[in-house]
Design a protein around this ligand. Structure first.
Ligand code: 3H9
Length: 678
């Protein structure tokens, strides 16, 4: 069957696309749109046109799988020019998500009607691109540069009601009557001059007040740091005010083409598919029956337990949270409430939503209250003996058929599962701190974890807004296991003469939000410290003994002022120098290149070992973990894609140069000229 069909409703031609799953605008769809418009124009009985989609959504964008391949059929830009040129009114009937090229189709139509649940946006920047079918030129002409900027530059979609308020949508219609109401709306436009977006004048605001562009740059500087596409998006929207439509389209094309051939877009497109691939578990039918999760239990109401609980409450899933002591429980519940109230203060939640979420939380001092939960997540002290005790107790109390999960970041899930009579119902759910904010969820598959248990966790992760990746059982799983060699090199280099702030700077320049020593200050240098100031065996012991416990006390590796600005500390330099002398380490200047190579190449190497051992299903899962859990810059595509980009032989050569081992898989792939991804 054709992906685009037409239907005559008296004097209105309805063009219907049906290209599952998301009605991407592939070659056949573009051709179908052109044919549909030709049909409408050549039929004297047709006076208006409606474009709508079957299935779950209006066009969700260009077909990303076609990128980088030779163009087939009409380009989207040409198809849309033909559509807009029609002198018979064309109406877009929008449901689901009109994204990217889909939003551009809607913009090329003369009118847009939408259901209230629809979302409209230009997310191309998230693929390292800008819109390439005149979206950056038509949108500002319809809604103004100021309203267009956030849409084009951040890529976040807006609701249909917001779109209506800014003039992007002409009419909101009922959820179930879109098809009919769009036809009725189209009939009302017959005989009126057609409004063309390319001829709109709302873009004058950017000419009259050009300061909006710099203001936008400044306001979003932190978020946009390192990314190329947002700046191109700003330039394109600015051009919409300064240039004629035809010149503006040319400018957009130049910017689009440059981005499309660059490494950032390749990396971000890799990530787009990586995130989706990570949802798939090799050897498990995605349609397997899932275990219904109506109620979740959390053991531990500390920072981690509370954060984990919030994920479920926010998704409308009731939570019972258990602590052993009343004051700890009260404190934990208080923090959850405060976090929600802060979100409400920022306008991202209503007071009612705060109360609704809190009403779903049952605090308890008894394990027994976890008995009827479908999933219990333990977030207690990170110690194997403690975890073992907890699991044997949970196993005795929690109903059969319920999943028992550990939030351990390091420990062996199989050993923990062995304490229960239901090891197939045990797995790791490793949340990252703060658990209500961080996107990543590492799902740890034990040796005996059942397929439906694993798939239930995977589907649940999507429901609570997490990006999940599966890891096998190994110390530190995927993320922390790869962090270890980086930390080891960072520690070694400062003993060999590298300045610790330079080590941090190298990672900042690479695109990480912070370096290892800043991270240590933020987390607390005293975490895990034995608390005996007389016992100084490590650099950490020395810093703690000197009261340098991290940012919370105003000093750690760095000194902090009241605004939390950091400056390297002479005292710390002295302490490091003393340690180095005592260890007999020869001091030398270490270049930034060496620092970068010694921090990042061993991580790639560890990633290769993780793959070699089958602890990650695919290299791209490792990229998903590091981008979402540890701030690896998205625009490099993650550690494994980055290694592919610079060449695996470069990585092997670098490891050898610094006397570091290279995994067999890495060597093998490098020698064959292969990549981790593809
Ligand atoms: C663009 O439009 C450029 C233009 O300006 C001009 C060019 C000249 N193409 O996300 P899901 C697949 S750039 C191909 O799990 P959801 C996806 O891989 C594009 N495939 O569903 C997955 O496949 P699989 C601008 C696509 O319900 C399946 O569909 N548009 C595309 O959670 C289901 O996807 C965007 O960036 C695509 N465009 O979310 C929008 N989109 O099952 C990108 C999806 O094999 N898409 N697939 O893994 C999305 O944001 C989400 O998919 C959407 C649905 C919100 C639509």
């Amino acid at each position: 069957m054709s992906v685009v069909t037409t239907e005559k409703q008296d004097n209105v031609l309805v063009i219907i696309a049906d290209n599952p799953p998301v009605n991407a605008l592939g070659a056949a769809v573009r051709q179908g749109l052109v044919d549909g418009i030709d049909q409408a124009l050549s039929d004297d009985g047709i006076e208006a046109v409606v474009i709508r989609c079957d299935g779950r959504t209006f066009f969700a964008g260009a077909d990303v799988t076609e990128f980088g391949k030779p163009m087939k059929g009409p380009s989207l830009a040409d198809a849309l020019d033909q559509l807009e040129a029609s002198n018979k009114p064309v109406v877009a009937a929008i449901h689901g998500t009109a994204l990217g090229g889909g939003c551009e189709v809607a913009l090329a139509c003369h009118y847009r009607v939408a259901v209230p649940s629809a979302k409209i946006g230009l997310p191309e920047v998230k693929l390292g691109l800008i819109p390439g079918a005149a979206g950056t030129q038509r949108l500002p002409r319809v809604v103004g540069a100021e309203a267009a900027l956030p849409m084009v530059v951040t890529g976040n979609p807006i609701s249909a009601t917001k779109a209506h308020a800014i003039g992007l949508v002409d009419k909101i219609v009922g959820e179930d009557v879109l098809a009919n109401d769009a036809i009725a709306f189209a009939r009302e436009q017959i005989g009126k001059p057609v409004p063309r977006s390319s001829e709109g004048t709302a873009n004058r605001d950017g000419v009259e007040n050009p300061a909006i562009f710099d203001e936008f740059r400044q306001k979003n500087a932190r978020k946009l740091r390192g990314f190329e596409a947002p700046e191109a998006a700003i330039q394109a929207v600015k051009a919409a005010g300064e240039m004629s439509y035809a010149e503006g389209v040319k400018k957009e094309r130049e910017l689009f083409t440059r981005l499309m051939s660059g490494t950032q877009s390749a990396a971000m497109r890799h990530y787009f598919f990586a995130e989706r691939a990570a949802n798939k578990i090799d050897g498990i039918d995605p349609k397997i029956d899932l275990i219904p999760i109506h109620k979740v239990g959390i053991l531990g109401a500390g920072t981690m337990g509370g954060g984990i609980a919030m994920n479920f409450l926010s998704a409308g899933i009731p939570v019972t949270i258990v602590e052993l002591k009343e004051d700890a429980l009260d404190r934990g519940v208080g923090v959850i409430r405060k976090n929600y109230e802060n979100t409400a203060k920022r306008g991202r939640m209503t007071e009612q939503q705060v109360e609704d979420a809190m009403a779903m939380l049952t605090p308890s001092l008894s394990y027994d209250d976890l008995a009827d939960c479908d999933l219990v997540i333990e977030a207690v002290f990170e110690n194997m003996d403690v975890k073992k005790q907890v699991f044997s107790k949970l196993d005795a109390i929690v109903k059969q058929g319920a999943i028992l999960a550990s939030n351990t970041s390091y420990l062996n899930i199989d050993e923990i599962a062995a304490m229960t009579k239901r090891p197939e119902y045990v797995l790791g759910l490793h949340f990252f701190s703060p658990a209500n904010v961080m996107k990543l969820l590492e799902i740890v598959r034990g040796e005996k974890t059942a397929d439906d248990v694993l798939m239930t966790a995977m589907k649940l992760s999507k429901k609570i807004g997490k990006v999940a990746a599966v890891s096998g059982v190994c110390p530190g799983f995927i993320g922390n296991r790869m962090l270890s060699p980086r930390q080891e090199q960072a520690n070694q280099m400062i003993m060999e003469g590298a300045n610790y702030w330079e080590v941090d700077d190298v990672l900042l320049e690479f695109g990480f939000p912070m370096g290892p020593f800043q991270m240590s200050d933020l987390a607390g240098v005293d975490i895990g410290w034995h608390r005996d100031p007389e016992r100084i065996e490590t650099l950490r012991d020395a810093l703690c003994a000197a009261g340098r416990w991290g940012q919370k006390v105003g000093k750690g590796f760095y000194d902090y002022d009241e605004a939390r600005n950091r400056t390297p500390s002479d005292e710390v330099k002295q302490i490091i120098a003393e340690f180095a002398t005592r260890a007999g380490k020869e001091q030398r200047a270490i270049s930034k290149d060496e620092i970068r190579e010694r921090l990042l190449y061993p991580m790639v190497n560890e990633g290769a070992k993780i793959l070699e051992e089958g602890m990650a299903q695919r290299a791209s899962d490792i990229d998903v973990v590091w981008i979402n859990g540890y701030g690896w810059p998205l625009y490099t595509g993650g550690p494994m894609f980055w290694a592919d980009t610079i060449g695996l032989d470069t990585v092997v050569g670098g490891l050898e140069k610094h006397g570091l081992p290279a995994a067999e898989l890495l060597r093998d792939k490098a020698s064959k000229g292969e990549k981790f991804n593809g």
